[in-house]
Design a protein around this ligand. Structure first.
Ligand SMILES: *[C@@H]1O[C@H](CO)[C@@H](O)[C@H](O)[C@H]1NC(C)=O
Ligand SMILES: *[C@@H]1O[C@H](CO)[C@@H](O)[C@H](O)[C@H]1NC(C)=O
Ligand SMILES: *[C@@H]1O[C@H](CO)[C@@H](O)[C@H](O)[C@H]1NC(C)=O
Length: 440
């Protein structure tokens, strides 16, 4: 992982949390691997050797090649052996072996918020025991750098090619696509996992991610010249070429805040071999390298608050407004923060949260910008929520709402930028909040 153009501004010590000194470009890579971790007594996966030993080798390969974000599937009964040899700083806790877990886990060099496991609405036992375990997908909002987030989805869709399998898989993929439409509005997205689909299995509708969510498959983009295959090309394992198609796939999109570009696609099969040259899994692991860069028109802060409520984003609306600028701030709160709102000079108004609390407003002058915000969080009914906000403008005016706690962070727009909107999660109060920045 390399970063360029790091900028360190002079910032008062008290404001160091949530500072605006983030990198504005960099690169990272991802790996998706079905690790064939069903109990050996149920399924050999036609992989020679001892599954526990192989799992340990897989974990050590994760370290050796240093992938930044890894999604594993079928990580069931040999999970502990993978984690014993792997050393990624951020890893999901297993949801269990067969028949309790989903087999989905993530290992990353980056932290995340809002990790969620979702079970499929539909499964089929027509050609394999897909209903034996609660398969599905996972979601996490991964922080690549300060204020740079990518929503990462891992999945393991229904297997087989009987009619009921196709119906289940079509439903599974559509379920992820719908979730993206709700929970990733305005965000960069990465979907990578075992889709059990090929473009030639047209009933699956694997193109749903392109057609519904605007995602690109880097394998189609970089290896197949952008043309979706109509002829099946099966891969050997290990694969000696990238032209063939596997069911393990990556899809991505950038956002108005962060540009993403895929630069490299590969089957990593020959890196994942046993000492005697045998395979470690019945799937070819796939990797994609990405470069990212911050937009020159919109950026965002880190988040503060808890993983509750419903996702909202002012980013899509802001992306179509030329030179947005705050003219009136409206907050309401009492014991906690009930709502936040901003009216822009063009009349656009963004309001999030509920209707309770005492209303406070601040009108900004024509050359006055909203430049920083202090947020505090606290616990209510065992859930973390936003309790307090203090906005400060370029002329030093302030507006506050709610009740301060000892758990706060201050978010300051990069030099020459200003706060123009919000992203986060809300219900009848504010659960989680980050700020959207635009140039002054
Ligand atoms: C892909 O990314 C990894 C990790 O940053 C790097 O080591 C590798 O050289 C990259 N490969 C290519 C072909 O760019
Ligand atoms: C495939 O996905 C598209 C985009 O969401 C949808 O309009 C279409 O109905 C789906 N087709 C099938 C056969 O599921
Ligand atoms: C890959 O393996 C296949 C089957 O063994 C062989 O026909 C093909 O020539 C090989 N391709 C390359 C690029 O080595």
């Amino acid at each position: 992982m390399k970063f360029s153009m790091r900028k360190f501004a002079m910032i008062p010590a008290g404001l160091l949390v949530g500072k605006a000194s983030a990198a504005t470009s960099g690169d990272f890579n991802v790996l998706s691997m079905n690790v064939a971790g069903l109990p050996a007594i149920l399924q050999s996966n036609e992989v020679p050797g001892d599954k526990a030993t192989n799992a340990g080798t897989i974990g050590s390969k994760f370290v050796e090649y240093g992938y930044d974000i890894i999604h594993v599937q079928e990580d069931f009964n040999y999970h502990a052996y993978i984690y014993a040899t792997d050393d990624h700083a951020y890893r999901t806790a297993t949801s269990g072996g067969v028949p309790f877990g989903s087999g989905l886990n993530s290992l990353a060099n980056f932290d995340w918020v809002d990790f969620t496991r979702v079970k499929w609405d539909v499964c089929s036992d027509a050609s394999s025991s897909d209903c034996l375990t609660p398969k599905g997908f996972t979601f996490m909002r991964t922080r690549i750098d300060d204020g740079v987030y990518v929503d990462c989805y891992n999945l393991h869709a229904d297997a087989g090619t009987e009619a009921e399998d196709e119906t289940a898989r079509n439903s599974n993929l559509e379920q992820v696509a719908s979730y993206i439409d709700t929970w990733s509005i305005g965000n960069a997205v990465l979907v990578f996992g075992d889709t059990n689909s090929r473009y030639t299995r047209v009933l699956d509708n694997i193109t749903v991610f392109a057609n519904q969510n605007g995602l690109t498959d880097p394998w189609v983009e970089l290896i197949r010249d952008g043309v979706v295959p109509t002829v099946e090309t099966l891969c050997d394992n290990p694969s000696n070429n990238t032209y063939c198609e596997t069911v393990d796939k990556v899809f991505y999109r950038g956002s108005p805040v962060v540009n993403l570009e895929a630069t490299y696609f590969n089957y990593e099969s020959t890196k994942f071999l046993q000492a005697d040259g045998n395979i470690l899994s019945d799937h070819n692991p796939i990797t994609v390298n990405f470069t990212w860069s911050s937009s020159s028109s919109l950026r965002q802060s880190n988040f503060l608050g808890g993983p509750h409520g419903t996702w909202f984003s002012d980013v899509p609306a802001l992306a179509s407004i030329s030179k947005p600028k705050a003219s009136v701030l409206t907050f309401s709160g009492a014991n906690r923060l009930d709502s936040v709102g901003v009216k822009l000079t063009d009349g656009t108004t963004f309001t999030h949260g509920g209707t309770g609390g005492n209303v406070a407003t601040l009108t900004l002058g024509s050359s006055e910008y909203w430049t920083s915000a202090k947020l505090c969080q606290g616990s209510y009914n065992d859930q973390t929520r936003n309790f307090y906000i203090l906005a400060t403008t370029s002329s030093g005016k302030t507006l506050s709402s709610g009740t301060a706690t000892s758990d706060c962070a201050t978010f300051t727009a990069p030099s020459g930028w200003q706060i123009v909107g919000f992203v986060g999660q809300d219900g009848d109060e504010m659960d989680q909040l980050a700020f959207v920045y635009a140039p002054q």
